[in-house]
Write a protein that binds this ligand. Structure first.
Ligand code: ISL
Length: 569
């Protein structure tokens, strides 16, 4: 079957719905409790049934797993925990056979400390070409015993570690290496042409194997300001544990480690490289920069095709705030001819079915633990279902994070002793981190491990009440969240919503602050945020509702935290 594509003649990614798979937690084929590539392949028909256009695979490369695979020790192979290169080929063949595109993660800001490049660098003397692949500097203070500058790691603690602590060589005393993230993730030196060359080789390796594109990790971080000046703004934490970032806000100075002009040359070169391949290969950047006009610079016509819309992900549950963020991001992306992306969750943030059940929906905590205020699960799910209908109606491309189609909440009571996120360790246990959104998926109720794999083992424990959310239960229930997503995806494709026009509207006599109302093509989307029920106009059929109205209830009356799609064609 030819890959799905919509919007006459437009490249697939302009309106694609892309499903993020976190490989360790999707499906386990061999029973070791860790998800793997054959597990993913065995479930691709489910994703085709759901109706997505593409799959984004988070890293599956060899890795010591110090940061869930975002610490790569070989960019051109597969971690034995997750499979083999032959398994990648089988996955790609099956996906393409089902009409699904596949994009893979590329992690260019840093390698693992176990990458042969880093090992070779540390084995070579100071000043050698091997060392030039990383950001190594002499420290400051007595015997250069303090870090070269005051930068802090995004995961907590200093962004520098002493080289001699790794090599044990007295000749390295006073030498430090930079790691924007964990100390086991040394930053690469993107001023080096060798690094640039090697990464082009990595991209070619995967393009030659048939991937449809890349998700570029920390896309705003590769190039650092010349001279690595001190920065007193603290660690930039826009996504993880970040607050709300108002659209239209002034340029936020993320410091000398982020959003430097030089990163754009890299994406221009990569754009040319991808253009040399047949098909519409695409890149999506994890560029956490603001305001929207600044982020849009990553999706200029000769750079990446898409960038994640983090202000939308972080927006509080509020009609005015959402209207603003939707308008501003569309305007900024529209100005450079790029589609806007819409995303509610990913593997770095508290799942939105839980976020939306917190007292403050605009501040993402860095994980939730048993002794933290617990989300209102029913409220969170009601809002999450409404948020899904809003998101999937918006023109552009939408990203789904595995499990959101089941309405999965965050695991908010994980025992601390099972936590694996480096954020938990580097913050000295003060930040719970991201394990709670990475729990293995429930496929079959009543089976050990909820059908995640053949043995019932799961690398993180699943909450006891996830049985009711298992895929098999929801597939049998037409009112389930899974069916809501499937119905929305089918209608979105049939009605061409992803490539439609957006027009703001209002309901007669209803305040803007209470209701979000917009038309996309021939569909009116209404979301009620207020206490008062609202009645949608009578002239069209109600196509879809986010709630399940009581028997005999008027399908045109929407209660609080409910959304509907109404035909106005
Ligand atoms: O840089 C930031 C803020 O300006 C961060 O939000 C940053 O973009 C984010 O933490 C990057 O996340 C990605 O890279 C990490 C990895 O742990 C995450 O899982 C990944 O999504 C390091 O590779």
């Amino acid at each position: 079957m030819a890959p799905r594509g919509r919007g006459e003649g437009a490249p697939w990614w302009r309106d694609a719905v892309i499903y993020q798979v976190y490989p360790k937690s999707f499906a386990d084929s061999d029973g070791d409790g860790v998800g793997d590539l054959p597990g993913i392949t065995s479930r691709l028909d489910h994703l085709a049934w759901l109706g997505v256009d593409a799959v984004w695979l988070s890293p599956f490369y060899p890795s010591p797993q110090a940061d869930g695979g975002y610490d790569v020790s070989d960019y051109c192979d597969v971690d034995p925990l997750l499979g083999t290169l032959a398994d990648v080929d089988a996955l790609l063949a099956r996906a393409h056979g089902l009409g699904l595109r596949v994009i893979v993660d590329v992690v260019p800001n840093h390698t693992s400390d176990e990458h042969p490049w880093f090992r070779a660098a540390l084995a070579a003397p100071a000043g050698s070409p091997e060392r030039d692949l990383y950001v190594l500097r002499r420290g400051t203070g007595t015997h250069a015993g303090s870090p070269p500058n005051n930068w802090q790691s995004i995961f907590g603690g200093p962004a520098w570690s002493p080289v001699d602590a790794v090599t044990g060589d007295p000749a390295d005393a006073g030498q430090w290496y930079l790691h924007t993230f964990d100390r086991r993730q040394p930053d690469l030196n993107w001023d080096s042409p060798v690094v640039r060359d090697r990464f082009e080789g990595v991209l070619r390796f995967w393009l030659d194997r048939g991937v449809d594109g890349f998700r570029v990790d920390v896309a705003h971080g590769l190039v650092k300001a010349e001279g690595l000046p001190d920065w007193d703004g603290g660690p930039a934490a826009m996504v993880m544990g970040g607050g709300e970032h108002a659209p239209g806000s002034p340029v936020v100075d993320l410091g000398p480690m982020f959003d430097q002009e030089g990163v754009h040359d890299i994406y221009r070169a990569w754009n040319r490289l991808l253009a040399g391949y047949p098909g519409d290969r695409a890149m999506v950047g994890e560029a956490c920069v603001e305001p929207a006009e600044r982020a849009a610079r990553y999706v200029r016509p000769d750079e990446m095709q898409q960038a994640f819309n983090f202000p939308y992900l972080q927006c509080r549950w509020d009609a005015d705030a959402l209207r603003e963020v939707i308008s501003v991001s569309r305007e900024a992306d529209g100005a450079v001819g790029a589609p806007t992306t819409w995303v509610l969750s990913n593997h770095d943030v508290v799942r939105h079915a839980s976020m939306l059940g917190l007292a403050d929906t605009g501040r993402s905590p860095n994980g939730i633990g048993a002794d933290d205020p617990q989300p209102d699960a029913a409220l969170g799910l009601r809002r999450a279902r409404a948020a899904a209908l809003l998101t999937l109606a918006l023109p552009g491309s939408a990203y789904l994070y595995q499990g959101e189609e089941l309405g999965l909440p965050e695991h908010t009571t994980l025992p601390d002793e099972v936590r694996q996120d480096p954020i938990w360790f580097r913050s000295g246990g003060t930040q719970r981190g991201r394990d709670g959104c990475r729990v293995p998926l429930p496929w079959q109720a009543g089976r050990p491990g909820l059908g995640f794999g053949p043995t019932g083992r799961t690398w993180l424990p699943q909450p006891a009440d996830w049985s009711a959310l298992a895929v098999d239960v929801q597939r049998d229930d037409p009112t389930s969240t899974l069916h809501l997503y499937r119905d929305a995806l089918r209608l979105r494709a049939e009605l061409g919503l992803g490539s439609g026009d957006l027009r703001w509207t209002a309901l007669d006599g209803v305040d803007h602050a209470q209701v979000l109302a917009l038309c996309v093509g021939a569909v009116l989307v209404v979301v009620n945020f207020g206490d008062e029920p609202v009645t949608v106009p009578a002239h069209g059929a109600t196509l879809l509702r986010s709630d399940v109205p009581a028997a005999g209830a008027d399908p045109r009356v929407l209660g609080r935290d409910t959304a509907a799609w109404v035909s106005v064609g």
